[in-house]
Ligand binder design. Sequence first.
Ligand code: DQQ
Length: 585
Amino acid sequence: MFCFIPMVASSRFLWVLVDLILCGIVLLNNGGVDGSHKVYMEYQSVVAAVEVKQLHRTGFHFQPKKHWINDPNGPMYYKGIYHFFYQYNPKGAVWGNIVWAHSVSTDMINWKPLDVAIYPSKPFDQYGAWSGSATILPGNKPIILYTGVIDKNYTQVQNYAVPANYSDPFLNEWIKPDNNPLVLPVGVNKTAFRDPTTAWLGQDGHWRILVGGKRKHRGMAHLYRSRDFMKWTKAQHPLHSSAMTGMWECPDFYPVSLDCENGLETSVMTGNIKHVLKVSLDETRYEYYTVGTYFPKKDSYVPDNTSIDDRTGLRYDYGNFYASKTFFDASRNRRILWGWVNESDASNEDVKKGWAGIQTIPRKIWLDPSGKQLVQWPIEELETLRGKKIHICNHQLNLGDHIEIKGITAAQADVEVTFSFPSLDKADSFDPSWVDMDAQQLCSHKGSNVQGGVGPFGLLTLASKHLEEYTPILFRIFKAKNKHVVLMCSDATSSSLEKNKLWYKPSFAGFVDVDLADNKLSLRSLIDHSIVESFGARGKTCITSRVYPTLAVLKNAHLYAFNNGSETIIIESLNAWSMGNPLMN
Ligand code: DQQ
């Protein structure tokens, strides 16, 4: 069983240790079953009568009024309305009592809450209504597949739910028919069998779904087929599996176009396309994806040799981001990605603040023209929240400079900047011994204050006036053998003066595979009180950080651009906007 507190991304031995010590008693109480979230028994009966603390609440990110949320579930577009479901604890600010909460929107920015759509009530889900996906069946009929937990040992089955009234565009009421469960855990590890995907329809008239699982330590995506969506048969082989990756939660599998940024409906099999398989690794709480080829006749998926197929592979996001899910938005021909932004603080603090968890801004996602990786960008509807704007151009940043971006609400802002540099001659050499380090380790060695050649340069977000607190989003450029290596960091280590709390404050980082021929690098950061979502090189590398400043809050938050490299950096163009507050549940 994985014991989950403020730990989010790659395995961090020390944090695991701290975590284990902290929740050792709970581990014993929990009987070592293979559930995915830590169960805080001591908080299960604590009804969150507490007043919700506003200090670090976000202004424009998705969150309910109070309590715990986790995975995005079953996003879809139906009759002019976007539907978003999510794992929610109606009773408190820790994981437990999970239901499918439901909100609706016409733009994915302003949200209205509806009644809970699915909650444990029947023998086939009485111990849990866990994650799942929506499929729009022919005739425009949505159906939800979700995981039901049927006993105290966390045995998992796959269920379905359908709208009570298809003519209601809000899909207010959901029915769980009596022929549930649809899929029993036969021939699989029954406590590691969850999170069904959106189904796709093969040319042979059979529907397919994936269900996450593991055998010993091999993570896998079990494949099931059905002609009528009711009777499902397990394929002999999983669609794909990978050794030493542990449990695969929330798999996602979909086609992407090699020709354009438009999204494709999940059943598209032909044309100039590739497929993407994403999995969420329960053991490390981060996700990786591969780009590859799906062979429909054999029902097999083979990642391209440019995609690393293990826990060191490409990630949607290198920060606080997990259990993500995409859907095809038929109204605008795009594929949209949602991800859960988990907390970096400890559970007792979540209980005190009365809430935990937010969702990222929905992102359009498509295949980079190189065919090697995905690209993401906040949906354009977000721009309706842009208010007061400031613009800076051709501003030089020399070694040690930081300039303040004044005139906007720095605690709630959208910033787009293009940096340029006269040359890359001063780039530091990429030490061959770093090859074995991941980007995050490298970033923790070389934070924003360690002087370099080209970089570090970037933004200091959520900064206090005298820089006692700040979250830098930065680039460093290195010279390797035949190429340049670009490192992007979102470094939470100095984000808060609070010293005594068990907050997880890593230097999240990823490499950016970008052509520097024009000597330019771009960055966009969405800053929202306690979250910074950043997009490097127009969405090639994305990093989300959850931070809890004590001084850099509300009107006392500042925003700076900085350079700590010996090469001059030019802010070629910077646009920053104060962001408004949408209707939020
Ligand atoms: N969360 C759900 C599971 C899923 C996990 C339970 C991922 O279905 O595997 O809340 O965060």
